[in-house]
Design a protein around this ligand. Structure first.
Ligand code: PLP
Length: 492
């Protein structure tokens, strides 16, 4: 029997298409040993669940599920009434509705959680996005002359100032920034003479799911020239690889791991001198986008800021807008003015350019960094929250939950930055540790995740024998909703 979750993983337009004859088969006709409900009636029953799924989506779901049932039952006929089939359809519809984008309370203790949308925007940034979304804007319009203006001109000025760079620009994400730079400086898909990108074997990293530096390089038409070993790469290794085919030298920040022991990597200054002598650009992918506000957060060895990398002689840097920078998804590129101008003329730039919503959110985020307004960037605020304050909130929550059917205790934990940033940071944190009396820990986790009926969805994490809700990633103004969600999940 098809499981309800199969429909969820195959959203409209992307999943396997049901066979044409099944879709158009007369409704209510026997495929196996039992009658299946008519599409119309099944859809009407599902509509009564009030899941908010548009009718055509329900029709499609019912047709697909019934077609799959018919197919399955052709081989193994099954007994069982319509009620059972309706139950199956209801679960499939509920599973589909749960796939809708909606807010969750992040109680995982991972601040930049990729699965939970990375950085939440600050209030001013969110307001700017909202304003730009519902009205016409000056996106490419110069109010002084009444003529066409430059998209993102003000934002580029803010980013250049922040990175202490001659120029800066922005594309859809850091992966796009990397592809743009690699394609541009290696001449794209054509077979030019200068295609080799020199990179240390210690930096051929994978970041999260689906982002592997060597694959991005190859997809960009570059020819990978690996040098050194996993743990040691010296400037001399780069120097030996330099030749007339070299297009650029790439440094990639090890965002999500660190190496200890017999480790060496080439310094920026020496590498910049080498690249300069051969007249090829030195590019550094910084990944997380640490700024002065976050570089030495949480007692971890500091991440290099874009300004530091550029001061070290790097020609161009790129970093994510929605990791430690705390803005919307974007990829910032900063560095030499001539190179930035050339990148902006590349046809790929047009394909990777940001929309007005991102520009609006990023303008406010960059301005907050420039003002050093820590409180205005949620990622920075969460990172810096005082442990005593977390304890006080945990105590208040425990008191509110004194009568629930569970053991609720306060435990000290360590939170993480996540999102491929500051992997060594162990941030002291405080969590509620909950063990339900009437059902399993996994069942509690599931109930919290699903939320519903007025309860905000909560994503917690399991320790060995309890569910933990880390308060570092929960906004203080969400505490009441968190308590309500726990109360509801623990009831019945
Ligand atoms: C996260 C990361 C990327 C990818 O950034 P996106 O903005 O997600 O495209 C690239 N390089 C490094 C080093 C990273 O840490």
């Amino acid at each position: 029997m098809p499981s309800p979750s199969r429909s969820v993983r195959s959203p409209a337009g992307t999943g396997p298409v049901a066979p044409a004859e099944a879709v158009t088969a007369p409704v209510g006709v026997v495929g196996g040993a039992r009658r299946l409900p008519a599409v119309d009636r099944a859809v009407r029953e599902l509509e009564e669940l009030g899941l908010g799924l548009p009718r055509p989506v329900l029709v499609r779901l019912v047709r697909r599920e019934l077609a799959e049932l018919r197919e399955a039952e052709r081989e193994i006929p099954r007994e069982g009434g319509e009620a059972e089939v309706m139950g199956l359809l209801r679960r499939a519809a509920e599973a589909l509705a749960q796939g809708r984008l909606r807010p969750v309370i992040n109680a995982t203790g991972v601040i930049v959680h990729t699965n939970l949308g990375r950085a939440p925007l600050g209030e001013a940034a969110a307001r700017a996005v909202h304003q730009a979304a519902g009205q016409y804007t000056t996106l490419e319009y110069d109010v002084a002359s009444g003529e066409r203006g430059r998209r993102g001109a003000y934002l580029e000025e803010l980013l250049a100032t922040l990175c202490e760079a001659p120029a800066a620009t922005v594309v859809n994400n850091c992966a796009a920034a990397l592809v743009l730079m690699l394609r541009h400086f290696t001449g794209g898909a054509g077979d030019g003479a200068k295609k080799e990108v020199i990179i240390s074997r210690g930096e051929l990293v994978q970041i999260g799911g689906g982002f592997r530096v060597p694959e991005i390089l190859e997809a960009s038409g570059a020819v990978l020239r690996e040098v050194g070993t996993t743990n040691r790469t010296e400037v001399a290794d780069y120097a030996r690889a330099m030749c007339e085919r070299t297009a650029l030298v790439l440094k990639v920040h090890r965002s999500n791991f660190w190496m200890e022991g017999f480790v060496e990597s080439a310094g920026r200054v020496e590498l910049a001198a080498l690249a300069g002598a051969h007249r090829v650009p030195l590019i550094e992918d910084l990944g997380s986008g640490a700024t002065a506000l976050t570089a030495d957060a949480a007692g971890a060895p500091p991440e290099p800021t874009p300004a530091q990398a550029l001061a070290g002689g790097v020609d161009l840097v790129c970093f994510s807008g929605d990791k430690l920078f705390g803005g919307p998804q974007a990829g910032v590129i900063a560095g030499r003015a001539g190179m930035i101008a050339a990148l902006k003329k590349d046809p790929l730039f047009r394909a990777f350019r940001c929309d007005k919503l991102v520009i609006a959110g990023l303008e406010e985020t960059a301005a907050a960094h420039l003002r050093r307004a820590t409180a205005e960037v949620p990622v920075v605020r969460l990172l810096g929250a005082d442990v005593q304050a977390l304890h006080a909130r945990a105590t208040a929550l425990c008191e509110q939950l004194a009568d629930v059917r569970a053991s609720v205790r306060i435990v000290e934990t360590t939170a993480q930055v996540g999102g491929g940033a500051l992997p060594r940071a162990r941030i002291a944190s405080v969590a509620l540790q909950v063990v339900p009396r009437d059902f399993s820990i996994d069942e509690l986790a599931r109930r919290l995740r699903v939320g519903g009926a007025g309860a905000t969805a909560v994503v917690a994490y399991r320790s060995v024998d309890a569910l933990r809700l880390d308060l570092r990633t929960v906004f203080p103004e969400q505490d009441a909703a968190l308590a309500a969600a726990l109360r509801k999940a623990l009831a019945a």
